[in-house]
Design a binder for this molecule. Structure first.
Ligand SMILES: [Zn+2]
Length: 324
């Protein structure tokens, strides 16, 4: 099928924001893993009527404006469907804040599968992938906002049957769309299992982001994953964790793997069901405190640019491995 019959599908080599495709160099300084809203009620009870989008909008907007003022250009919202993804809300917030926002397709199999809808058990990996590819090609219903990344999640240890299915569905979606796979990963065993599963489905480790890698205490696994070509994401950066995160970054620098490292805060979170959305954690710490701290520990400006600009840019640039 030629592109002429599908004029609306973005071409290879573009990054996909909630406002449409852009040239990757426009992404700028990027927070690769944050959340605007989450609803932990579970897939079975999830309904849009559980929250007022206007309330979320008013709560999140000042934080998005603040991080933009701190020098951020793009924020990736990693909340998957059935745990609070609202692409229409993200589009409104992007327009109002001037911050570029990226949303995702996929399903979250971590947290012992509480956020996996029933149809995912009944369908095959191919059928799930068809849903995710459709979200990319036609846009997410009802507004047609397109995902710019595949976000899945798996529990710790060897992959369960449902988690293995989600990984396979992500592999198929990656091959059809060129979107990178970011996976909330329980531990290093699960990271290695995903890298080898993806390889068996024809996806190179370069197409995979090990999300929450900081939770794995055996740092040799970070080096091993990076050496294989995978992205190693240290998120959850805050004042409480800054020292530990600096150590993780320096270890990767010593190993010569900064070109495989991603940094983010996993911050934000309007909690659906809590009064006023509960405590909303700002997004600016990484820019105002953490990067200067890295600088004082000998991380050069060029290395910082790799971590915050070039690496996320590569992750978000859609590139099909398979010519067709
Ligand atoms: Zn997260």
């Amino acid at each position: 099928m030629s592109n002429l019959t599908l004029p609306s599908v973005p071409q290879d080599g573009r990054a996909i924001t909630v406002l449409g495709p852009i040239a990757p160099k426009q992404l700028g300084r990027t927070l690769i893993h944050e959340h605007i809203m989450v609803d932990f009620i579970g897939a079975d009870a999830m309904r849009p009527a559980r929250y007022d989008p206007e309330d979320v909008f008013l709560k999140a907007l000042p934080h998005l404006r603040q991080v933009k003022s701190a020098g951020c250009n793009t924020l990736v919202d990693c909340t998957p469907a059935y745990i609070g993804r609202d692409p229409g809300l993200l589009r409104r917030l992007s327009q109002a804040s001037g911050l570029q926002i990226v949303t995702n397709t996929g399903l979250y199999g971590a947290a012992h599968d509480k956020y996996v809808p029933k149809f995912a058990y009944a369908e095959t990996a191919q059928q799930l992938a068809a849903r995710w590819v459709k979200e990319f090609e036609d846009g997410i219903e009802p507004l047609g906002v397109r995902p710019g990344i595949i976000k899945i999640g798996v529990d710790s240890g060897p992959l369960s049957e449902i988690d293995a299915k989600l990984v396979k569905a992500a592999a198929i979606t990656h091959q059809r769309t060129g979107l990178t796979i970011a996976s909330h990963t329980g531990d290093g065993v699960a990271a290695m299992a995903q890298i080898s599963s993806l390889k068996s489905h024809g996806v190179a480790p370069e197409g995979f982001v090990w999300v929450h890698a900081q939770n794995e205490t055996d740092t040799r696994l970070h080096l091993r994953a990076a050496d294989a070509g995978a992205w190693v994401e240290f998120d959850g950066i805050s004042s409480a964790t800054a020292e530990k995160h600096v150590e993780l970054v320096l270890r990767m620098k010593q190993g010569g793997y900064l070109s495989r490292v991603l940094l983010s805060q996993d911050s934000g979170w309007y909690h659906v069901g809590e009064p006023g959305g509960g405590d909303f954690h700002p997004y600016n710490f990484l820019f105002t405190e953490f990067l200067p701290l890295l600088g004082r520990q000998g991380v050069s400006e060029a290395e910082t640019a790799a971590l915050i600009v070039h690496n996320p840019r590569t992750v978000l640039t859609r590139l099909k491995q398979r010519p067709d």
